[in-house]
Design a protein. Structure first.
Length: 510
């Protein structure tokens, strides 16, 4: 009798071991030679997808996060609490999700899954509608292909080998709701205020405060303000600007918490509040500001400018914006403080200062400007750059000559900020403006049409042609703003055109 019982127990044990091995093979995840030692383990440890181009390209490359505690989406847990509130074995459900969403337009159906686990007794998929009514039950040992798009909620229930321990997971197959790798251009605002009598305008910053200056025919200037990181559809009421002389708005430049500009009497003016301007220097006949030369081994940071002396435009520099000296630089192999004939003196892009980047091949900080009017009144399309000891010209073939173009330093990847430059061209010969954007990935040395090279970035069909705007990037959400400018008729507008790379706008779904 004892021998019979022993034999029977051995047979049952062998049968259970064989069944466990067979079941492990059916569930398709784990090595059938694995010895089961933990009969109460109901955890899922990995999820992979099988390639399926009908869903999206590279489907198998999408990874999954397994949140065993369910803390990544507490709203989902609370919403679905009724599904297990009477079941003591499925308390504390987890959440499985793909942090990188599938591309927009993907249909999350017929997706074959491979789950990793110890060796459970059973794995079932329960799927519910929006009202949490059970609509479908799938035994994972029968099929590993799951349809997600047909149901609002998908729950996986794993029963451990002891048939007592159970663990539930809500599985989310996240899909982007709009196309990624696209810059969507739209009007953020139109007709913000009356521009009927405006003959010039320019926007600049002190800190993150935007100052939108407008000038009327009598040289009266008003300013409105807004927060670059806030709602740019809302601006302050206009304030009258007090200046010793009328400002050439095209010369505005921000340096060390002050705005600088050239007065129409050729003095250098400055302001700390954007409203009240004073004379910073009257020692020279100032023509324009050339930007900020950042500190390097050649010297400390200084402000660069152009001044007229003996009927010749010359380079100037200042360490404080008050005391100025002529700046001898290398121009075509010649040491001189005189501007070369092809150098623009007016209406070039706002100067861009870039720090040294030895790993990127730049050992010195540089200033970049593009376009503008030369001394003979001719428009140029060239990019000029200075490393503090010389100025070098890079002539352009694809870029039209224009005045008051604007450039924003953007990025296609947040790990490479400021490397993708986008230009909204200004006014070309004959007063023509355009809806064509240009880009550069080598700091303006070469420019190309954005839509020709990156169609998804340069599609501006929603935007009417305009030029002479002021460009900025919101540092918090990577949104581009082109503020103000002229239309095809040469009239000034108070519109804001906005663009944002969708990839940078995406928030990871949890």
């Amino acid at each position: 009798m004892n021998l019979s019982k022993k034999y029977m127990c051995g047979s049952v044990a062998g049968l259970l071991a064989m069944t466990a091995t067979l079941f492990s093979g059916c569930l398709g995840g784990n090595d059938s030679e694995t010895v089961i030692t933990d009969y109460s383990n109901a955890l899922i440890t990995g999820v992979t997808l099988t390639s399926n181009t009908k869903v999206c390209a590279d489907l198998s490359s999408y990874g999954f996060t397994i949140d065993h505690l369910g803390t990544s989406d507490t709203a989902l847990i609370e919403r679905c609490r009724s599904l297990w509130q009477h079941d003591e074995y499925t308390l504390n459900p987890g959440i499985i999700f793909n942090p990188d969403s599938l591309p927009a337009g993907s249909v999350a159906d017929s997706i074959k899954l491979t789950l990793s686990y110890t060796s459970p007794y059973s794995v079932y998929f329960y799927q519910y509608d929006e009202d949490l009514k059970l609509c479908n039950v799938t035994n994972y040992s029968d099929t590993q292909t799951i349809w997600f798009d047909d149901y609002a909620v998908t729950r996986i229930e794993v029963t451990a080998r002891d048939r007592m321990t159970r663990k539930s997971y809500f599985m989310k197959m996240n899909v982007h709701q709009c196309a990624s790798d696209t810059i969507m251009w739209n009007y953020l605002a139109t007709g913000l205020f009356d521009m009927a009598n405006v003959i010039d305008q320019r926007v600049d910053t002190i800190g993150r405060t935007l100052f939108w200056y407008t000038m009327t025919a009598d040289s009266a200037i008003e300013v409105r303000t807004a927060d670059l990181t806030g709602d740019l559809t809302v601006w302050s009421d206009a304030q009258s600007v007090a200046t010793p002389s009328a400002i050439d708005l095209g010369t505005l430049l921000n340096w060390r918490g002050q705005l600088y500009a050239i007065g129409q009497n050729q003095t250098l003016l400055s302001t700390g509040d954007g409203v009240t301007w004073t004379v910073a220097s009257a020692a020279h006949k100032f023509v324009n500001l050339l930007g900020i030369q950042l500190a390097s081994r050649r010297g400390d940071e200084h402000l660069c400018a152009i001044a007229l002396a003996n009927d010749t435009c010359r380079f100037l520099r200042s360490a404080d914006g008050t005391s100025w000296q002529f700046d001898t630089l290398n121009i075509d192999g010649i040491a001189t403080d005189a501007l070369p004939a092809r150098f623009p003196i007016k209406d070039y892009t706002r100067p861009i200062s870039v720090a040294a980047n030895p790993t990127g091949g730049s050992t010195s900080p540089r200033i970049y400007i593009n376009g503008g009017l030369m001394a003979d009144g001719t428009l140029t399309s060239s990019t000029w750059t200075s490393d503090g000891s010389s100025w070098v010209e890079f002539r352009q073939t694809a870029l039209p000559a224009a005045r008051r173009s604007t450039v924003v330093r953007y990025q296609l990847d947040i790990d490479e900020p400021g490397t993708f430059w986008i230009m909204q061209t200004g006014e070309m010969a004959g007063g023509y403006v355009s809806d064509t954007l240009y880009y550069s990935q080598n700091s303006g040395v070469t420019w190309k049409k954005l839509q020709c090279e990156h169609y998804r970035y340069g599609d501006t069909y929603r935007i009417a042609p305009f030029g002479c705007s002021s460009g900025f990037v919101n540092p918090q959400n990577y949104r581009i703003y082109f503020i103000g400018g002229k239309n095809l008729d040469g009239r000034h507008e108070s519109n804001i055109v906005s663009g944002q790379l969708i990839d940078l706008a995406m928030r990871q779904k949890r």
